[in-house]
Ligand binder design. Structure first.
Ligand code: S3P
Length: 169
C-alpha cells in the first residue's frame, strides 16, 4: 500500500491527524521532525540555533528521499517541507500527498500556547503566521490533494483523507 503523506503549515493538525489515521488504517506512523531530532540527538529549536535553518532543510531533504522508497506509512512532514519542490516529488513516488489547510486565525489558536517552533518564537505570532502563510501559499498549493481543516472535527478530516487515499492507490 502507498504511504499517506500529510503536508501543511504549522498548526494545521498534521500530527493529530496522522495519529488517528495510524489507528484507522493500521499504517505505521512516522514524523519527519521526530526522525531529524532522533538522528541529530537534539531538538528542532537547537538544530535551528546551533546548525542553522539550511542544515535543517538538508536533513529534511535526505529523509524525504528515504521515505519515498518505503510503503505502508502515514508520514507527517514539517511545515516547511514543501519549500523544496524535490521533497514533494520524492514523497509522491510511493505516497498520496495531502495538504492540510487552515486560516491564520485557526493556526494561531492551535499554536499560541506552544513553544517548540523556532520560526514562531520571535515578534508577533499572528503577523508572522499571516506573512508566512501568504509567502508559502504557492508551495502548499503544489501538493496534489488539499483538505480544509477549519471548523471540522478530526474524524471528518480523516474521512476526507481516507476517501482521497482509497481513490488514488
Ligand atoms: C517548520 C515547521 C515545523 C518544524 C520546523 C520548521 C516550518 O514543523 O519542521 O520548526 O518551516 O514550517 P510543524 O509543522 O510540525 O510544526
Amino acid at each position: 500500500m502507498k504511504n499517506i503523506v500529510l503536508f501543511g503549515f504549522m498548526g494545521t493538525g498534521k500530527t493529530l491527524i496522522a495519529k488517528i489515521m495510524e489507528e484507522r488504517k493500521g499504517l505505521r506512523r512516522v514524523d519527519m521532525d521526530d526522525i531529524i531530532e532522533q538522528r541529530e540527538g537534539k531538538t528542532i529549536s537547537r538544530i535551528f540555533s546551533e546548525d542553522g535553518e539550511s542544515y535543517f532543510r538538508n536533513c529534511e531533504q535526505k529523509i524525504a528521499v528515504e521515505l519515498g522508497k518505503k510503503s505502508d506509512l502515514i508520514i507527517s512532514t514539517g511545515g516547511g517541507v514543501v519549500l523544496n519542490k524535490s521533497n514533494i516529488i520524492n514523497l509522491s513516488k510511493n505516497g498520496v500527498c495531502v495538504c492540510l489547510n487552515a486560516t491564520p486565525e485557526t493556526v494561531y489558536n492551535r499554536v499560541k500556547h506552544e513553544t517548540h517552533r523556532p520560526l514562531l518564537q520571535n515578534g508577533d505570532p499572528m503577523t508572522t503566521i499571516r506573512e508566512m502563510l501568504a509567502n508559502r501559499k504557492i508551495f502548499y498549493d503544489a501538493v496534489p490533494f488539499q483538505v480544509v481543516t477549519d471548523n471540522k472535527t478530526p474524524d471528518i478530516i480523516c474521512d476526507e483523507i481516507e476517501k482521497i487515499y482509497s481513490e488514488n492507490q
